[in-house]
Design a protein around this ligand. Structure first.
Ligand code: CP
Length: 312
């Protein structure tokens, strides 16, 4: 498949075939990660800028690792010591990057739409590393890679996503992609954190986790954004954990060898108990490894010229 996109802003613009192509491209990339010598010349001479206005552990480091393995140079734009602190706008920052002839910008920003704004201004490719409450497409794609690897496909698979759906860019991107791939998606959370409009995306909504667990092939816990309690969106962390926290005991209700996912960072003892997070059913660390492979695939597809065989 010849890749036709300059940017990756969310999954609404990708077809199911394109999502499957990303997963397929990531497979040989994962094999490279297990080699003693993890370095390819494929993107020598290309420059990837990591523009993170919000904190990140997994997304930033995995993009940097992915770009370096492919042979690209990386530049970390550190907001804390940049001219953003002197009031420089996102537009002027973008123009500065453009003047440096960068090839690809990975951006994370607290404002929904920031990645699209940059993509419209820059000739370089832009990958959305998470924008506000809008989208986190690369997290969703690494989740799909993990689901494909563990479940063998998506058609008819029951995926339960539980937690703070309202504020979750991970949930939004996952729903868009999982529906395209044919999965059966149920979103679970307290009424204040589960927007009714999500049902228009073709998913089931439920306030009762225990009722939805039977038959689930995968359960994805989302981070409870603890600062939300101050806004009165749920009465107490203890009550939330009792109703929506995942544990080994609770997961038995699926009646299957269900896999458990979490995008990280986790609040252990709140949305997921350590007995489950560290169990054989947990694929949380594999998600992180797969994140590097999927991000290698995306960087390669966007600035590597597309179709050739990247792996010797
Ligand atoms: N899942 C995720 O986006 O993690 P980081 O915030 O650490 O990048």
């Amino acid at each position: 498949m010849q890749w036709r996109h300059k940017d990756l802003l969310d999954l609404d613009t990708l077809t199911a075939e394109e999502i499957r192509h990303i997963i397929k491209t990531a497979q040989p990339m994962k094999e490279i990660l297990s080699r003693p010598m993890k370095k390819l010349p494929t993107l020598r001479g290309k420059n990837v800028v990591l523009l993170f206005y919000e904190s990140s552990t997994r997304t930033r480091t995995s993009f940097e690792t992915a770009a370096k393995i492919l042979g690209a140079d990386t530049t970390n734009f550190s907001v804390a010591v940049s001219s953003v602190n002197k009031g420089e706008s996102l537009l002027d920052t973008a123009k500065t990057l453009q003047a440096m002839n960068v090839d690809l910008v990975i951006v994370r920003h607290s404002s929904s739409g920031a990645a699209e704004f940059l993509a419209n201004v820059l000739e370089a490719g832009v990958i959305n590393g998470g924008d506000g409450q809008h989208a986190h497409p690369t997290q969703a794609l690494l989740d799909f890679y993990t689901l494909q690897e563990k479940l063998g496909g998506f058609e008819g698979k029951k995926i339960v996503i539980v937690g703070d759906i309202l504020h979750s860019r991970v949930a939004r991107s996952n729903v868009l992609g999982l529906k395209k791939l044919g999965a059966d998606v149920t979103l679970v959370g307290p009424p204040t954190l589960l927007p009714d409009e999500m049902k228009y995306l073709g998913v089931k909504l439920s306030y009762d986790l225990d009722k939805e667990l039977p038959g689930a092939d995968a359960v994805m816990a989302l981070r409870l954004q603890l600062e939300r309690q101050q806004s009165g969106l749920f009465p107490s962390i203890r009550e939330y954990s009792k109703l929506y926290g995942l544990s080994l005991e609770r997961l038995k209700k699926t009646g299957k060898k269900t896999i458990v996912m979490h995008p990280g960072p986790m609040n252990r003892g709140v949305e997921i108990m350590s007995d489950l997070a560290d169990s054989v059913q947990s694929v949380i660390e594999e998600q992180v490894t797969n994140g590097v492979a999927v991000r290698m695939a995306l960087i390669y597809l966007l600035i590597g010229g597309g179709t050739g065989n990247v792996v010797d």
